[in-house]
Design a protein around this ligand. Structure first.
Ligand SMILES: Cc1cc2nc3c(=O)[nH]c(=O)nc-3n(C[C@H](O)[C@H](O)[C@H](O)COP(=O)(O)OP(=O)(O)OC[C@H]3O[C@@H](n4cnc5c(N)ncnc54)[C@H](O)[C@@H]3O)c2cc1C
Length: 639
């Protein structure tokens, strides 16, 4: 059955849509709020901000995460900053400009109304975080400092050295702990959601595994919020925290939640190049470095001279040459593809020629080492620890890597999925970034969703349903719990010859090779043959040691990789069906003569929303057309 994709975009002028929506939304009176229970899965920036805000409003909140503390969510890794259209510098910024940059950056594949609301709410986020004590960098006179990020010609990125995510998370965590202390939020650390329970078409709870004791439990609620992050780890090597996974959204997909644009993956241009086959993770060098670092390759192919011995006239600052208006600050998809092009043509540097230089020599000469140290000191230190090279004296070597997923569960303007009562926030949903996310916009979106959108839309939903009505003895809860127990037992019973990591690494290679920075029909078809074969082998030959009644990280990983083996296939299918290039999705068959992405607005100006059709049946592709009422669809140019 095809989905009814009702986006619930409010009517009226762009600037008034959110105000109108809030005016029309129903409210739950303060005395009634305590009668409702809300489950929030995830305690990163999106989840912690949502749980704290809903707790503060007076709802009973149960918040889950798989780490030992909410403070360890992947959000902590974010380095560079968070966008907001405050226009402190008077450099021409405005809510409209942030909105427009985001729509254009996403290659016109996101909803106008959502993106405008995001830009609008960005102003409140900064005030809220400052009030919480987040130590943003400041100018001499005390005003908050800003820097620029890719895809923007203004400085609108607020930052706390190279630790912005960590500082924002500490702010949200304190707000969350305050609610825990007040008894409004009950925290379940080291609990992994392994299934969603849907009763009479509505999300009514989750099944979890206690990762310390192995206990499998039911949790009932009036509504469920997933804020479980992105699925970039499907590629095995990525800049994501090792534990990031897709299980929560994948289980929800299998229970009826639509999956939006699964193939939209972001490749980040400034990562430390891979060093070997047995590496488990890639390290990001923040995009903020592109403010002062200049990217170049030698003009001569295969030039192995020390970079400091290569004179100025023999260097190709290719981004500045190709994109003079934005130069080193062009968006991530553009900068990544340009680096790949340089390396493919033989100009790459470092082992295997898979690297380009990010050089601070000129900035250090101009601004002095101390300023550079103040701006990026911890990133430079991290680079030196990993590579053994001192970036103050030798240019950094960087190469693109998988970083972020723009795809995720489809949500309407209220952030509700296709399952009533199931809301999805932050990187776990598909919204707002289109086919490419601009730097510093993920933190903005996660906090906008959690602090400023869900409190209204959740109230509107709950005001229309009675609290309670089901408990753990409901047959759907019992059935879901049995399925989870059965799956866990099955994973433990195979006792094959290959480790979970072996399978994950193989899947990652297929994904990177055929569904990575560039894709084509032949490669995607090949991947669609290989992934099911690998999945079949996994269920015959994986070795999961230990038992299910204890802490067992191999078992945790096995469940997550089993889901990646299914999601990877959907990503390839989605990439194959989208016969155009847009943002992070570059189909080699669809490019301009200059090698730029070529969209097909006639056929693909829509969100692809995949619907699970049952075991061994092909999923159904639905579409939500994107209507551009306020901006003109234009060829994206950063020249
Ligand atoms: C290295 C790096 C640097 C970045 N820098 C920036 C930046 O400078 N600016 C920017 O805007 N963005 C940046 N990003 C992107 C940004 O960090 C993420 O998109 C964002 O933090 C995601 O937040 P989230 O709350 O949606 O999810 P996460 O922070 O990933 O949190 C997910 C939560 O869900 C929980 N969870 C997941 N699955 C389950 C489950 N099944 N059961 C129970 N709990 C579960 C986890 O325990 C965790 O609490 C960066 C990303 C990386 C990788």
């Amino acid at each position: 059955m095809a989905f009814q994709l009702e986006s619930r975009i409010p009517s009226g002028p762009l600037e008034q849509k959110w105000e109108n929506a809030r005016r029309d939304m129903k409210l739950v009176s303060p005395a009634n709020r305590r009668k409702y229970t809300i489950i929030v899965v995830g305690s990163g920036l999106a989840g912690a901000s949502a749980a704290a805000t809903l707790g503060e409003l007076g709802y009973n909140v149960r918040c889950f995460c798989f780490q030992d503390s909410p403070r360890r969510a992947h959000s902590i890794a974010a380095q560079g900053g968070i966008n907001a259209a405050k226009n402190y510098q008077n450099d021409g910024d405005s809510v409209y400009r942030l909105f427009y940059d985001t729509i254009k950056g996403g290659d016109f594949r996101s909803r106008e109304a959502n993106v405008y609301r995001l830009a609008e709410v960005s102003l409140n986020i900064i005030d809220q975080c400052v009030a919480q004590g987040v130590p943003f960098a400041r100018e001499y006179g005390g005003t908050l400092a800003n820097r620029s990020f890719g895809g923007a010609q203004v400085s609108r990125t607020f930052y706390a050295r190279g630790q912005t995510g960590q500082q924002l998370l500490l702010g949200a965590y304190q707000a969350l702990e305050r609610q825990v202390d007040a008894g409004r939020v009950q925290m379940f650390a080291r609990h992994e959601m392994l299934d969603l329970v849907v009763i009479d078409g509505r999300a009514r709870g989750i099944i979890t595994r206690n990762l310390v004791t192995g206990a499998i439990d039911c949790h009932v609620a009036d509504a469920v919020v997933l804020a479980t992050g992105g699925y970039g780890n499907v590629f095995y090597l990525s800049t994501n925290a090792k534990g990031s996974n897709a299980t929560a959204i994948w289980r929800a997909y299998k229970r009826g939640a639509g999956f939006g644009n699964p193939c939209f993956t972001q490749i980040h241009p400034t990562c430390i190049p891979q060093t070997g086959d047995y590496q488990s993770k890639l390290t990001l060098m923040s995009e903020s470095l592109r403010n002062d670092g200049r990217i170049w390759v030698p003009k001569k192919k295969g030039d192995t001279r020390n970079p400091n011995d290569i004179p100025e006239e023999e260097r190709d600052y290719y981004l500045e040459r190709m994109y003079p208006a934005y130069g080193n600050l062009c968006p991530r998809d553009i900068a990544s593809r340009a680096a790949k092009l340089m390396c493919d043509q033989g100009y790459g540097v470092g082992p295997g020629g898979r690297g380009v230089y990010l050089d601070f020599r000129e900035a250090i000469q101009r601004l002095g080492r101390k300023t550079i140290e103040e701006r990026y000191g911890n990133l430079f230190e991290m680079y030196e620890r990993i590579t053994g090279e001192d970036p103050y004296t030798v240019p950094m070597r960087i190469y693109p890597a998988v970083h972020y997923t723009m795809g995720g569960l489809w949500v309407d303007y209220h952030l509700q999925s296709t399952i009533p009562g199931l809301f999805v926030l932050g990187e776990a949903n598909f919204s707002d970034h289109g086919a490419n996310r601009l730097g510093a916009s993920a933190l903005m979106q996660g906090l906008a969703d959690g602090y400023f959108i869900i409190p209204y839309t959740m109230g509107h939903f709950l005001a229309q349903v009675k609290p309670g009505g089901v408990d753990e003895s409901h047959p759907e809860f019992r059935a879901a719990r049995e399925q989870v127990t059965g799956r866990t037992k099955k994973l433990l019973s195979i006792r094959g010859k290959k480790t979970v990591d072996d399978f994950h690494r193989e899947l990652g290679k297929i994904m990177w090779e055929y569904c990575g920075m560039a894709r084509n029909a032949a490669g995607l078809k090949h991947a669609l043959k290989k992934i099911p074969e690998l999945r079949e082998e996994f269920w015959q030959n994986v070795n999961v040691p230990g038992s299910g009644d204890e802490m067992n990280q191999s078992l945790e990983k096995a469940g997550r990789v089993a889901d990646f083996l299914e999601l990877g296939e959907l990503m390839c299918l989605d990439a194959l069906e989208r016969e155009e290039s847009c943002g992070g999705h570059f189909r080699e068959e669809h490019q301009t003569e200059e090698g730029e992405a070529k969209r097909d607005d006639e056929r693909f100006c829509h969100v692809a929303v995949w619907e699970y059709a049952g075991e061994n049946r092909p999923p159904v592709r639905n579409v939500e057309p994107l209507n551009f009422e306020f901006v003109h669809l234009a060829q994206r140019s950063y020249k």
